[in-house]
Design a protein around this ligand. Structure first.
Ligand code: F6P
Length: 487
């Protein structure tokens, strides 16, 4: 069996504290089952990064990390990743900025990842690269003479060609994607958008619908919706109900119904629209004033990027205005928190809520929607209000689906959810639980790794395993190939 090597910009080092995001939870679940290595940025910057990756072994997983220099990190992460690619991939061309120095830093950091990773790779490893921060990495590894299978999974939406071509180096990016053996997307729409970019004279869909032939090679493509560990969440949520933090939160509600939102603070999550819809709800259905509490947990992220400080200020103003207008001496309509909680506590909060508002204006999947479903008591489940612009929407048809820009529809959905009869809540929850189980986290990585390596992953408990040796010599990078002509 090949060793699995996962690579992502940020990795989840085994330490207690904040709940990791969906990518980290998914990769960790895969690696704990298969054993292997997780390679990525350490989360630290240093003027003189250490020459070798730092390796930490926990159970059957090796965690290997590298530091980046502050200036290159800024241009790569705050710049190209999160001011250029992120807004464009989420259909926000108006928030997109483009600077050549940042573009160059993105490619330089990917080459650096490749050089450092190559020192740790064994010839028969299978490499699985994650997300938009690392699109060129597969090509860089090939240029360093790694010949094993390399797959890439995009956790965020893939935009249609008409949006992506705003990017000056659009063709370079698409060409790099075509260097993988397997390309995975969250939804059918994302896959279709990718295919819209490769419909050019030198690329064509082969007879098989999941093979793209381009530049003399075949790239397998597929849809692998990421999921959650349903049984683990259900058990964690049920247990968390007796946790001190969860009990204190529920006691503080004084019997009021709870609406919950849990999102990284990002303009793609639809938070300003959500606050406006909640205001409309309190105005249109005033009986709820004093009877409902909206808990919005929004940990800060990417604070050095302008668009993120702007949205943060906008939300502070909007929550302050709303509370100033509606609050009573003994009731605050919105509890808006920029802090994070452990995963167990969050699952307890989700279980305690009657309604979850998951209304991104664009999202690759949104695992909070799936976590909310898994965390519910099936005998008395809460109601999910979900944006059709989240990747989870086609699966979760039991949710009340509303356009996040439609304040009236969202307000009405809140009123409907809070008053929904038990039988309907159960029926909707049953559909969603079935869907969440069908595409759970084990299905996600199991299918992807199988399609990449031909191997079947059997679920097994974590066990100690020491992977990997360190290669002494690292071949030099070759110049980048000539670009495809962009359409
Ligand atoms: O899912 C998209 C993603 O960028 C992941 O790659 C990452 O784990 C998560 O969001 C959090 O983003 P960041 O690492 O920029 O805080």
């Amino acid at each position: 069996m090949r060793r699995l090597v996962c690579v992502s910009n940020r990795i989840s080092l085994p330490r207690r504290g904040a709940a990791p995001g969906g990518l980290a939870v998914g990769v960790l679940a895969a690696l704990q089952n298969t054993g292997g290595m997780w390679f990525g940025w350490s989360g630290e910057t240093a003027e003189v990064p250490s020459a070798e990756p730092e390796v930490l072994v926990r159970g059957n997983v090796r965690f290997a990390t590298i530091d980046l220099k502050p200036a290159e990190f800024d241009a790569y992460y705050n710049g190209y990743c999160n001011s250029t690619l992120w807004p464009l991939f989420h259909y926000f061309p108006d928030r997109f900025t483009h600077e050549e120095a940042q573009h160059d830093a993105y490619y330089a950091v990917n080459e650096q990842f490749a050089r450092q990773l190559a020192k740790l790779l064994k010839p028969d490893d299978a490499v699985w690269i994650h997300d938009y921060q690392l699109i060129p990495l597969g090509r860089c590894l090939r240029q360093l003479n790694f010949h094993g299978p390399i797959g890439f999974f995009l956790h965020i939406p893939f935009p249609h060609r008409q949006v992506l071509r705003v990017l000056p180096s659009y063709a370079e990016l698409v060409r790099d994607l075509c260097q993988y053996d397997l390309l995975g997307f969250q939804t059918d729409d994302d896959l279709r958008s990718f295919l819209s970019c490769v419909e050019q004279p030198e690329a064509r869909l082969s007879g098989q619908k999941d093979l793209v032939e381009t530049g003399g090679r075949s790239v397998r493509v597929g849809v692998y919706p990421i999921g959650v560990d349903v049984d683990a969440i259900s058990a964690a949520a049920a247990a968390a109900v007796s946790q001190d933090k969860v009990q204190r939160m529920t006691a503080s509600l004084l019997g009021r119904k709870l609406i919950i939102g849990v999102d990284r603070l990002d303009y793609s999550k639809g938070l300003t629209e959500r606050f406006a819809a909640f205001e409309q709800f309190l105005e249109s259905f005033p009986d709820n004033q004093g009877r409902v509490t909206f808990l919005q947990i929004a940990p800060l992220s990417r604070g050095d990027v302008n668009a993120y400080s702007e949205i943060r200020h906008a939300l502070e103003a909007s929550a302050g205005r709303l509370n100033g207008h509606f609050a009573e001496a003994d009731w605050t309509p919105i509890r808006y928190l920029n802090r994070n909680y452990t995963h167990a506590t969050l699952m307890g909060f989700l279980r305690a809520a009657q309604v979850a508002l998951v209304t991104p204006v664009r999202d690759g999947m949104n695992l909070v929607a799936k976590e909310f479903v898994a965390a519910q008591d099936p005998d008395d489940p809460g109601v999910l209000i979900l944006s059709p612009l989240a990747g989870a929407a086609p699966e979760l048809t039991g949710a009340l689906q509303v356009n996040p820009y439609d304040k009236r529809a969202t307000a009405l959905a809140l009123q409907t959810a809070l008053n929904m009869p038990l039988a309907e809540r159960r029926a909707r929850h049953e559909q969603m639980l079935g869907a969440v189980r069908e595409h759970d986290i084990h299905n996600w990585y199991g299918r992807f790794v199988h399609d990449l390596t031909g191997e079947i992953i059997r679920r097994r408990p974590m066990e100690a395993r020491d992977g990997g040796d360190v290669r002494d010599t690292v071949p030099q990078l070759m110049p980048r190939p000539k670009l495809l002509s962009a359409r």
